[in-house]
Design a protein around this ligand. Structure first.
Ligand code: SAH
Ligand code: SF4
Ligand code: F3S
Length: 439
């Protein structure tokens, strides 16, 4: 416990990009209250752990982090647990970890300043409400940005895949209003953003009161001067409608990259997962996307070892991966989550079998990713410079296909430079800047 108004803070975000976005908004909120971000390596008076509940390992991590904070030299900080573990476990967190001062859920963090004041008075400070009026209206304006910014447009999920906690931790699907999103995009551009990634748990389910879909929002952003690139994530296959696919053929700033998770290639497993699509439907959708934008990079998420998954089911996943040929992918061992239907299913798969399947799947996905990068060698393309590299003079940027490229350049972070891609590894490429010839 810490009974003093903190002057400095640190926000540590785990989990998905939406948590990164929420973490930035919480930092803006605390700064607007007069707190300062603690300098690197300096202990903060208030530490916000912005947590993830998606798999057991992620959810348990928060307790080791709390332990470390409580034991650190000097007075312990005020500790706030935010994010999806806060929503899922609520007051249980304080029972298990009495060093925690504040528990605040993903839909309530606009109340963080009030909770800090309560905690400083030694009062219990817990808020896991999911109010009807969204938090966004109560947040301060966006501030200085790196070249690539996140913008949440849709939150929550109504799909209830049987393994997943997100519908419980983030609540029902809610779309932010069109004008609020465009205003925030303008503010981000004014603050230095060159690229905006629209975020949602099912971002392509975004729809406003007038019935406009994500494609219309993307076209509105395309018209904003100063913005160079638009991305969106994460999409659900069943919300991948024709107008959004057409946007990939028609909208210049929309980058040729689509993250479209499928989880499994077995129809039997997909059904048990309540995914509402089979493997053939997924492949058909990707066929239409590729017809609209032939060079598009496809990425996905996979779960191995879902309850009852047989060797045959798993091989169907490998076959689907062969059929798609992914540019990038994320794969996970199934983790039973409290309160989800799959956690109660029979035939839970042994840890050994999950390990073996994960290794086989990742070997295939890694080979595809390397092949995708190698096929880019020799290509001339544009790189958005995002950060300094490790060596002096070196910078790291992204291709339109979201590959990281290391190069030597005098150009500043935030600029877009023309490069030729020279060599490729599994996770990044090297490039050389193409110097424009004097006229
Ligand atoms: N809304 C997105 C992402 C949800 S969470 C979607 O529907 O695709 C991100 C990824 O975590 C999921 O795509 C899934 O692959 C993985 N995941 C979710 N629950 C999991 C669990 N219980 N065990 C292992 N992986 C899980
Ligand atoms: Fe979870 Fe499924 Fe919703 Fe994605 S669509 S957030 S995996 S329930
Ligand atoms: Fe994790 Fe919550 Fe995101 S559970 S993946 S932080 S929506």
């Amino acid at each position: 416990m810490n009974a003093q108004i903190p002057r400095t803070f640190q926000v540590k975000s785990f989990g998905c990009q939406m948590n990164v976005y929420d973490g930035e908004r919480m930092a803006e909120l605390l700064e607007a209250e007069g707190l300062d971000a603690a300098a690197d390596g300096v202990d903060a008076d208030l530490v916000v752990l912005n947590t993830c509940h998606i798999r057991e390992k992620a959810a348990e991590k928060v307790y080791s982090d709390i332990g470390r904070l409580v034991r650190r030299d000097g007075p312990p900080p005020m500790i706030a647990v935010a994010g999806c573990v806060a929503q899922a476990e609520g007051a249980e967190i304080v029972r298990r970890a009495p060093g925690v001062d504040i528990v605040v859920g993903p839909q309530a963090y606009h109340n963080l300043p009030e909770l800090v004041r309560k905690a400083a008075r030694g009062e219990g400070a817990l808020d896991t409400d999911m109010p009807l009026l969204s938090k966004f209206g109560a947040l301060p304006a966006r501030r200085r940005q790196g070249p690539s910014a996140f913008l949440t447009v849709q939150e929550g999920c109504d799909k209830f895949c049987t393994y997943c906690v997100v519908p419980y931790t983030r609540g029902a699907e809610v779309s932010r209003p069109f004008a609020a999103i465009v205003d925030e995009a303008k503010a981000l551009i004014d603050a230095g953003a060159k690229e905006i990634t629209l975020l949602g748990q099912n971002v392509n389910a975004w729809r406003d009161a007038e019935g406009r879909g994500l494609d219309i929002l993307i076209r509105a952003l395309d018209a904003l001067p100063g913005l160079a690139r638009i991305r969106y994530t994460t999409s659900h296959p069943m919300d991948m409608d024709e107008s959004l696919i057409r946007a990939h053929a028609e909208v210049g700033k929309l980058m040729p990259y689509l993250h479209l998770p499928v989880q499994s290639g077995s129809d039997r497993v997909l059904k048990a997962m309540n995914r509402s699509h089979d493997a053939a439907t997924y492949l058909r959708i990707l066929g239409r996307v590729r017809a609209a934008r032939p060079d598009i990079a496809i990425s996905g998420d996979f779960i191995v070892g879902f309850p009852g998954e047989t060797e045959e089911d798993f091989e169907a996943t490998l076959q689907l991966v062969e059929a798609v040929n992914y540019a990038q992918a994320f794969s996970f061992k199934y983790s039973p989550r409290p309160g989800t239907p799959a956690a109660e299913m029979e035939d839970q798969i042994s840890a050994e079998l999950m390990d073996e399947r994960l290794q086989r799947l990742q070997a295939l996905l890694n080979a595809q990713q390397l092949a995708f990068n190698q096929a880019s060698v020799g290509r001339r393309t544009e790189i958005l410079l995002e950060r300094p590299g490790r060596k002096p003079g070196q910078k790291v940027g992204k291709t339109p296909w979201l590959q990281s490229v290391h190069l030597e350049t005098e150009a500043a972070i935030g600029e877009i430079v023309e490069v030729e891609l020279l060599s490729a590894g599994p996770n990044s490429l090297a490039g050389a800047e193409l110097v424009k010839e004097a006229a």
